[in-house]
Ligand binder design. Structure first.
Ligand code: NAX
Length: 327
């Protein structure tokens, strides 16, 4: 018997990351090769002609699992009956734009979109915000979806998590598949805290293999600045790796994380680890059947606690900047 299709809404569908993500989703990399999918591709009116071209390409792939493709600049249609939402769509930072302007401008997008998800998507929808500033945009979206559980919303720090695993594999000379229990705490911004305190490489504590100086002086800034380095080299921001991380984030949320490991996910803080409630903060999370739980009880040293506080302060300040959008 064939499963009914799951409907996946993608905002910013004419953009770079979405272009790297949607073909993989349609090929079954997110929900598996037994699950038909329907795509709702959402963008703004000027992007519709280009999106039409992408839809032709999807058709030309003749993906066996792809049942239906809808293109829309209308939020009701776009988010209608969505089971999963990837929110890539955002305004890029323009010339002379301050970070606070960017936060304000993007905030205006995520309020109405959160409301449309609240009003028109499946009651069990799961939402991932990628568009920057992702954590605060997710906070705005979930705030405008009062009929849904805030736990149905998350923001992406998975790219930072995978970047970390890859660098640690290279440094310890271990296969990347054997790098476990990495944690990226905080905000998807250069303040994020890539923590190796519990991380293991083929079962050995990574901290013993790499040392504190390398962690703080090379690894941390390397991960925090990795996005900027990609832009410098490519002349464009990370797209394929961001799409990969978005698919992994959603796949693990739905299908579950491996036993004895966890992933980094930005979710609404419940006060765990002393982080203020009411901000979307990256925590170590374990997932099972579309639910996530913050891994409890990890010990942080004084340096780690300082890093969490700095991230908390940054996210509280971002929340202050968009306070009018939360009223
Ligand atoms: P692009 O500029 O290529 O695409 C953005 C798309 O969003 C465009 O097609 C634009 O028309 C659309 N858009 C703008 N306003 C919209 C609205 N109101 N409704 C629907 N669509 C709208 O950017 P891309 O490279 O795809 O990046 C997308 C976002 O991801 C950016 O905000 C980027 O900063 C962010 N990133 C987040 C990452 C993360 O780890 N959380 C990493 C990668 C990336 O930097």
């Amino acid at each position: 018997m064939t499963n009914p299709p799951k409907r996946i809404a993608i905002t910013g569908a004419a953009g770079n990351i979405a272009y790297q993500a949607m073909f993989r989703i349609a090929a079954g990399e997110f929900l598996g090769d037994q699950q038909p999918v329907a795509l709702n591709l959402i963008d703004i009116p000027p992007a519709m002609p280009s999106l039409g071209g992408t839809a032709m390409e999807l058709e030309d792939c003749a993906f066996p699992l792809l049942r239906d493709v809808l293109l829309s600049d209308d939020l009701e249609k776009g988010f209608g009956d969505a089971d999963y939402v990837f929110m890539f769509g955002a305004r890029p930072r323009g010339k002379g734009m301050e970070r606070s302007d960017l936060i304000q401008e993007n905030g205006k997008i995520f309020g109405p979109q959160g409301k449309a998800i609240n009003d028109f998507s499946s009651r069990d929808v799961r939402v991932l915000v990628i568009g920057n500033p992702a954590n605060t945009n997710a906070l705005i979206a979930l705030h405008h979806a009062p009929d849904l559980d805030p736990r149905q919303f998350s923001a992406m720090t998975r790219l930072d998590h995978e970047r970390s695993r890859s660098q640690l594999a290279a440094r310890t000379d271990q296969p990347v598949a054997n790098i476990a229990r990495m944690t990226v705490w905080g905000n998807h911004s250069p303040k994020m805290y890539p923590d190796i305190g519990y991380c293991t490489a083929s079962g050995t504590p990574v901290r013993e293999l790499v040392g504190t100086d390398w962690h703080r002086e090379e690894f941390m800034p390397g991960i925090q600045q990795r996005g900027a380095k990609v832009i410098e080299a490519r002349g464009a921001s990370s797209a394929a790796s961001a799409a990969n991380a978005a698919i992994l984030h959603m796949r693990d949320w739905v299908q579950g994380t491996p036993k004895n490991d966890w992933v980094s996910m930005s979710v609404l803080s419940d006060g765990s680890y002393g982080v203020a409630e009411g901000i979307v903060f990256s925590f170590p999370c374990q997932c099972s059947e579309s639910e996530h739980a913050i891994v409890p009880g990890l010990e942080l040293d004084a340096f780690g606690r300082e890093q969490l506080k700095a991230n908390e302060a940054e996210l509280l300040s971002e929340r202050e900047t968009i306070a009018d959008l939360l009223s």
